[in-house]
Design a protein around this ligand. Structure first.
Ligand code: GAR
Length: 220
């Protein structure tokens, strides 16, 4: 099996990155985490990546000021150098230009801490609680120029508890994130996703309706 070479882009803690690295330790996993890139030198995840023996690069956005194209040109060089085929954004808190996103169309995933298309953007857990929703969760989706709007590959749901705070809810959602991201990357790396009319269609065994979905029990 030829494994797809994946770069994980992070800005902080990197727990989703670690979940992907762990999944890729399985020799049957169809992707290899070949590179971790951070736009911040102080991202905690860099240390975890190094400890796991994954090559790391820092492309500091601050060096390029408002010039996103220059930042991305350097990022592109780094990705090329490491022969990267797929990108996973994992808590990467920079917006990418339409040009970059279009170039990686169908080859770049993001994880978002909400059940899209609800709660795009930031502070998703605060807004979910303020909105009084009973169910919340996380989504893995393809990246398209419009933020948090690409075809959804997988989602995981959690029940919202009456005594939840943004912190307790975030922790419950994060556990689900760590399950759906490796699953979604597997589907992409195995070529089991087709995009039709802007939506993901799963192929073969992946097409079982329940396979891209994690549903909570009322008490979970
Ligand atoms: C995760 O909850 C991820 O869904 C979120 O940031 C966190 C990163 O945690 N991403 C976004 O909010 C993207 N807009 P991690 O660094 O431990 O993976």
């Amino acid at each position: 099996m030829i494994r797809k070479r994946v770069a994980v882009l992070i800005s902080g803690r990197g727990s989703n990155m670690t979940a992907l690295i762990e999944a890729a330790k399985d020799k049957d996993y169809p992707a290899e985490i070949a590179l971790v890139v951070s736009n911040r030198a102080d991202a905690l995840g860099l240390e975890s990546a190094r400890n796991a023996g994954v090559p790391t690069e820092i492309v500091d956005h601050a060096v390029y000021g408002k010039n996103r194209s220059e930042f991305e040109a350097v990022l592109d060089d780094v990705l090329k150098e490491h022969r990267i085929e797929l990108i996973c954004l994992a808590g990467f808190m920079r917006l990418l230009t339409d040009e970059f996103v279009t170039r990686w169309s169908g080859r770049m995933l993001n994880i978002h801490p909400a059940l899209l298309p609800s709660f795009k953007g930031l502070d998703t857990h605060e807004r979910a609680l303020a909105g009084g929703v009973k169910i919340h969760g996380a989504s893995v989706h393809f990246v398209v120029p419009e933020m948090d709007s690409g075809p959804i590959v997988a989602q995981g749901a959690v029940a919202v508890h009456e005594d939840d705070t943004p912190t307790t809810l975030a922790a419950r959602v994060l556990a689900v994130e760590h399950r759906i991201y490796p699953f979604a990357l597997r589907l992409l790396a195995e070529g089991r996703i087709r995009i039709e009319h802007g939506r993901c269609v799963l192929i073969g065994t992946a097409a079982r309706a329940d396979s891209a979905l994690i549903v909570p029990s009322a008490r979970a």
